[in-house]
Design a protein around this ligand. Structure first.
Ligand code: P53
Length: 481
C-alpha cells in the first residue's frame, strides 16, 4: 500500500506578531526590541543576516521617526486579521500558527494588571481562526521581547523573567486551553545564542556576553518547562512543543576533522536546545562546553523542573542547509548562510544566499525522529523573493511552487521512511516584514501585500499563482506533488 500524508495532517502557515501586526503603539502596547531594528541596506543582503542591537540603538529609536522601523507598521494584521484569515481559509489551511505579544498583554511587565484591550483582541483573533476551521498554534514569544525587559532586568538572564513568563503563559492557558490545542512557549529558542537580542533581549554591548546569553537560554528552558508542566497538570488536551531554527549543516569535506567540527557545531547550535526540552536534561557535550568556557548555569538547582516539563512534540524551522569546516581559510564563502558561509556546489541559493536543499529536510526529519521519538512539527519553511505584481495583478511565482512541492515531497518521503510528522506550516503565507533584514521586499507569501520597504502602498492583498497551487496540494492531501 502506498503510504501518504496522514488524513488529518496539519497543512498550514505561520506568522508572528512583530512582523505582521503593526499597530505598535495601539491599545496600550509597549515598545519592543523588533521596533528598534532598522531595515538593512539591500546591497548587504548577502553579507548580513542579523542586525546587532545595543543600548544606544534602543535610546536612539525612542525619539527617531517611527517610519524608519518597519516592524512597527508590519502589514497591519492587527486591523486586517479577519480578511487575512479568510484568505488562509480559502487555501484550506488546517493550522494557523501565530504569536501573542507580551508587550500587548503586559506592556510594563506588571503581571497583576493584564491589558484588557489586548486580551479582547486576541480573544477575537483566536475565535476567528477557530471559526475558519483551523487549528490555532500559538507561539507565546516570537522574537518580540518588550524593551522593558532590558530596562528593568537587563535581559532574560535575570531570573525574575521566569516568573513573569510563567504568569503570562498561565493567563493564556487558562483563557484559551479549550480553543488552542498546540502551544509553543518560544520561537526558535536557539536564537538565544544565534541572535540573542531577538528572543531573549540580551543586547550586544552587555558585559560577559556569552555567559549571559547561555543564562538567558537556561532561564527560557526553565520557564518553558514550568509552562509545559502547568499545562500537563491542568489541561491535558493541550499539546506542548519546543522549537529551534534548525541550522542543518554538513561537513565541508570527508576530512574527519571537518566531520568532527560539524558534529560539534550541531551539538551546541541545535541539539542542546532540543535535548533539554524533550529529554529534560542537558546533554553531556553541553555540560563539557560550559565547563571549558567557564559558563556558570544553575543546572543542579533546576534539574527537577526541567525533567518534569518535557514536551509532547518537537518542532523546527527549516529553510536551507550549510557547511561546516574545521579550518576555513581558502574556502569560498556563500554568505547569508548563517554562521558557516561556505558554498555547497550541489545547491542553488536565494538572493539572500540561503542554500536551497529539500533533501536536507528528509535527512533532518529522520535524524530528529530517531533521536527524540516524538511527533515532529515543521513550524516554518519557505522562500523569500523580491517580487512585483504583473499586469494581471498577480505574481507568477513558479520558484515558490517548486520550493513548496520539493520540500513537501521530501517530507512525504520522511513520513514513508517511518517518521511521525504532525504538520507543516509555511512561513509567511502572506507577505510580511523580514525578521533578519526588516525588509518588506523579502516576500514569502502566497498572498501579495501591496506595500514597499518604506511602508507606502495600498496594503491591498492579491493572490499569487502559488495560492492556487498550495490550495490544490491541501485539497488533495499532498497526493500530487
Ligand atoms: P527572515 C535566521 C535563520 C533562520 C530562521 O527569516 C530565522 C532566522 C532569523 O532571522 O528566523 C525565522 O525573515 C523566524 C521568522 C523569520 C523567518 O525565519 O529573516 O522564526 O520570524 O521571519 C525567516 O527571512
Amino acid at each position: 500500500m502506498r503510504s501518504t500524508f496522514p488524513k488529518d495532517f496539519l497543512f498550514g502557515g505561520a506568522i508572528s506578531a512583530c512582523q505582521a501586526e503593526g499597530a505598535w503603539n495601539v491599545d496600550g502596547r509597549s515598545l519592543t526590541i523588533p521596533d528598534v531594528v532598522k531595515k538593512i541596506d539591500p546591497a548587504k543582503r548577502k553579507t548580513f543576516l542579523q542586525a546587532t542591537i545595543t543600548k544606544n540603538d534602543v535610546e536612539e529609536a525612542k525619539t527617531a521617526n517611527w517610519k524608519d522601523y518597519p516592524k512597527r507598521w508590519g502589514i497591519d494584521f492587527y486591523h486586517t486579521y479577519k480578511e487575512d484569515i479568510q484568505l488562509m481559509k480559502e487555501m484550506g489551511f488546517r493550522v494557523f500558527r501565530f504569536s501573542i505579544a507580551l508587550a500587548r498583554v503586559f506592556p510594563d511587565l506588571h503581571i497583576e494588571k493584564p491589558n484588557e484591550k489586548a486580551l479582547a483582541y486576541y480573544d477575537d483573533l483566536v475565535d476567528t481562526i477557530v471559526q475558519a476551521g483551523m487549528q490555532p498554534l500559538v507561539t507565546l514569544s516570537h522574537f518580540d521581547p518588550p524593551i522593558a525587559i532590558c530596562e528593568k532586568y537587563g535581559g532574560w538572564y535575570h531570573r525574575d523573567m521566569i516568573d513573569i513568563f510563567e504568569s503570562y503563559a498561565r493567563l493564556l492557558l487558562d483563557r484559551y486551553h479549550d480553543k488552542i490545542k498546540y502551544w509553543l512557549p518560544f520561537n526558535e529558542i536557539n536564537a538565544a545564542i544565534l541572535a540573542p537580542f531577538k528572543g531573549s533581549a540580551v543586547l550586544n554591548d552587555e558585559e560577559n556576553y556569552e555567559e549571559k546569553c547561555w543564562q538567558a537560554a537556561h532561564n527560557q528552558f526553565v520557564a518553558a518547562a514550568k509552562v509545559v508542566k502547568y499545562a500537563h497538570d491542568n489541561y491535558p488536551n493541550c499539546q506542548m512543543g519546543c522549537m529551534v531554527a534548525y541550522c542543518q549543516s554538513y561537513p565541508y569535506s570527508c576530512d574527519p576533522l571537518d566531520v568532527l567540527a560539524n558534529d560539534k557545531f550541531d551539538q551546541m547550535t541545535n541539539l542542546t536546545f532540543l535535548d533539554v526540552q524533550s529529554k529534560g536534561k542537558y546533554p553531556y557535550f553541553a555540560l563539557h562546553y560550559f565547563k571549558e568556557h567557564s559558563i556558570y548555569l544553575p543546572i543542579e538547582q533546576d534539574s527537577s523542573i526541567l525533567l518534569q516539563g518535557t514536551v509532547d512534540w518537537v518542532g523546527y524551522s527549516y529553510y536551507q542547509s550549510m557547511l561546516t569546516a574545521d579550518h576555513t581559510e581558502g574556502i569560498s564563502s556563500g554568505n547569508g548562510n548563517l554562521k558557516n558561509g561556505l558554498v555547497n556546489p550541489y545547491l542553488k541559493s536565494t538572493e539572500w544566499g540561503w542554500q536551497i536543499d529539500p533533501v536536507g529536510l528528509r535527512i533532518l526529519t529522520n535524524r530528529m525522529y530517531d533521536r527524540y521519538q516524538k511527533p515532529l512539527f515543521i513550524l516554518e519553511n519557505g522562500i523569500g523573493k523580491v517580487e512585483q505584481l504583473n499586469e494581471e495583478k498577480t505574481v507568477n511565482d513558479t520558484y515558490r511552487i517548486d520550493y513548496l512541492r520539493q520540500h513537501l515531497k521530501a517530507l512525504k518521503q520522511a513520513i514513508e521512511d517511518g517518521c511521525e510528522v504532525i504538520g507543516y506550516a509555511w512561513w509567511g503565507p502572506i507577505d510580511l516584514i523580514s525578521s533578519g533584514t526588516s525588509e518588506m521586499s523579502k516576500r514569502y507569501g502566497f498572498i501579495y501585500v501591496d506595500q514597499d520597504d518604506e511602508g507606502n502602498g495600498t496594503k491591498e492583498r492579491f493572490k499569487k499563482e502559488s495560492f492556487y497551487a498550495y490550495k490544490e496540494i491541501i485539497e488533495t492531501n499532498g497526493e500530487n506533488l
